[in-house]
Write a protein that binds this ligand. Structure first.
Ligand SMILES: *[C@@H]1O[C@H](CO)[C@@H](O)[C@H](O)[C@H]1NC(C)=O
Ligand SMILES: *[C@@H]1O[C@H](CO)[C@@H](O)[C@H](O)[C@H]1NC(C)=O
Ligand SMILES: *[C@@H]1O[C@H](CO)[C@@H](O)[C@H](O)[C@H]1NC(C)=O
Length: 451
């Protein structure tokens, strides 16, 4: 008996341990002899219900504390933004690490990223990408504050022609206000993925300019660990290596800023564009398997996976195609059919904000996490990783870690969508932004107030 009850008073002091102590108690009961068991049972039931009600009370208290914390912009301190010591004007350095899934930061010891987390503000459960959770749409949503339906980039970078690129990216907003911006390395700015080493040095060299010439807004882009994620999936030592590589790059950047005495003056915002999930070729859905219900020639398919996008010729009824496809998928006769659901884009869940454009194909399929759609059966047996799925999947989340004069030290923010970042940056730079899909009150919930 004593051995069951003893842990309780001790553990009660530590809220987090309580659920474990109830598990421990259950285990202890199970291992006691059968003779004791009947005597024990009444006490045990009372004891367990005590533990459970304690758990419920504590979690209610914790939930309350959580809500309280998140509802007040300055939970524990009256911290205000710190004044600049070296720089004349606020600077935002926006860094993207492609495919940095939320949670990669716990894979191993990452001293530099952890430094930013410890002394900065982090989205506690990650940054939510926009749908589709692909590289170009997300990078462009981050810098425009617009969902892809409003910014014109739905899958990938089709073209450098400006007619494809709607909205006002941050570099344009910044320069419209007479400030300088350096956007050399960002998907959607003119230049594609840069080489690994030099962008950091380029960024650092901007800080050696006369203070009036230092860009107010700079971007930096790393194509890792996305590249490895596609090849081997998110749970592989190669990912850990790639993440260590990113951490080292961040370390060099911090060192360079520290050498110039400006690390504390620069608002560094480290984000990713999306997460990554493991895929394997036994998790496949073949469009040819739907032929009994509807023929889907490959010319109609604009994208297979993880975003299925279909544009039949105009003389076909899209609604009829959607109905027939879903009939087939639900019939039980199409392999993995239950893991694909097809929609007219207007009927997609509104939270995806993926219909308000003529350029988005009329038929969109939502694929379950980790599944892939292909046209024809093949013998391929690939395993790897993918992204592009519904942005509600936790695996698609990425990071938001921000450090600098406007960010509280050691603070956590609840998860938010990346369209909020545009307003955050304009607020730090104290300029008026273009209309966008971010919430106007968002910046004050994350930024330290000016003194
Ligand atoms: C966090 O900031 C404080 C105050 O500037 C500093 O003393 C400390 O070394 C920093 N910690 C890390 C991990 O950088
Ligand atoms: C649509 O037009 C194409 C080409 O003109 C034709 O081959 C096809 O049969 C037509 N389909 C329907 C459903 O009208
Ligand atoms: C997103 O922003 C654009 C541009 O301001 C606006 O036209 C559109 O209605 C917004 N959409 C949503 C869902 O807020």
């Amino acid at each position: 008996m004593g051995s069951i009850l003893n842990p309780v008073p001790a553990k009660q002091e530590d809220e987090e341990e309580v659920p474990n102590s109830s598990t421990a108690a259950l285990l202890t009961t199970k291992s006691s002899s059968s003779e004791d068991r009947s005597k024990l049972s009444t006490t045990t039931v009372i004891f367990i219900s005590l533990v459970l009600s304690t758990c419920i009370a504590l979690s209610a208290a914790a939930a309350f504390a959580y809500l309280f914390f998140y509802n007040s912009p300055n939970p524990t301190t009256n911290e205000v933004s710190r004044s600049l010591t070296e720089l004349k004007n606020p600077v935002v350095l926006l860094i993207s690490s492609d495919g940095f899934r939320f949670g990669y930061q716990y894979k191993t010891d990452l001293p530099n990223i952890n430094r930013l987390i410890k002394n900065g503000t982090e989205a506690e459960l990650g940054l939510i990408p926009v749908f589709p959770t692909l590289t170009f749409p997300n990078h462009y949503s981050i810098v425009t504050g617009l969902y892809p339906a409003y910014h014109g980039d739905y899958f990938t970078m089709h073209s450098h022609e400006s007619k494809w690129w709607l909205g006002e990216p941050l570099w344009e907003t910044v320069t419209n206000h007479g400030l300088k911006a350096s956007t050399y390395f960002w998907p959607g700015s003119e230049v594609k993925k840069g080489s690994w080493n030099c962008p950091k040095d380029t960024v650092l060299s901007y800080f050696d300019l006369d203070s009036d010439d230092i860009p107010s807004f700079m971007t930096l882009y790393f194509e890792d660990p996305d590249h490895q994620g596609h090849q081997v999936g998110p749970d592989d030592p190669q990912i850990t290596e790639a993440v260590i590589g990113i951490d080292k790059m961040i370390g060099k950047l911090i060192d360079g800023l520290e050498k110039r005495g400006i690390f504390e003056d620069v608002n560094v915002i480290l984000v990713g564009d999306h997460g990554m999930v493991g895929t394997c070729d036994k998790k496949l859905i073949f469009l040819d398997d739907l032929a009994k219900w509807v023929e889907l020639p490959k010319e109609w398919i604009q994208s297979y996976t993880p975003l299925l996008a279909i544009k039949p010729p105009n003389n076909y009824s899209t609604r009829e195609i959607v109905t027939k496809m879903n009939e087939g998928l639900k019939s039980g006769d199409v392999g993995n059919g239950e893991y694909l659901r097809v929609y007219l884009k207007e009927e997609l869940p509104t939270r995806l904000h993926y219909s308000a454009s003529d350029r988005i194909p009329p038929i969109i399929g939502l694929i379950e996490e980790g599944f892939k759609v292909e046209q024809t059966r093949s013998k391929r047996q690939e395993c790897g990783g993918a992204h592009g799925y519904d942005n509600a999947f936790f695996s698609m989340r990425t990071i938001f870690i921000a450090h600098g004069p406007r960010f509280g030290r050691g603070r956590k923010a609840p998860s938010f969508e990346n369209v909020e970042i545009y307003n955050l940056v304009t607020k730090i730079l104290d300029i008026e932004g273009a209309p966008n899909n971010g919430t106007s009150s968002f910046p004050q919930s994350v930024l330290l107030p000016n003194p």
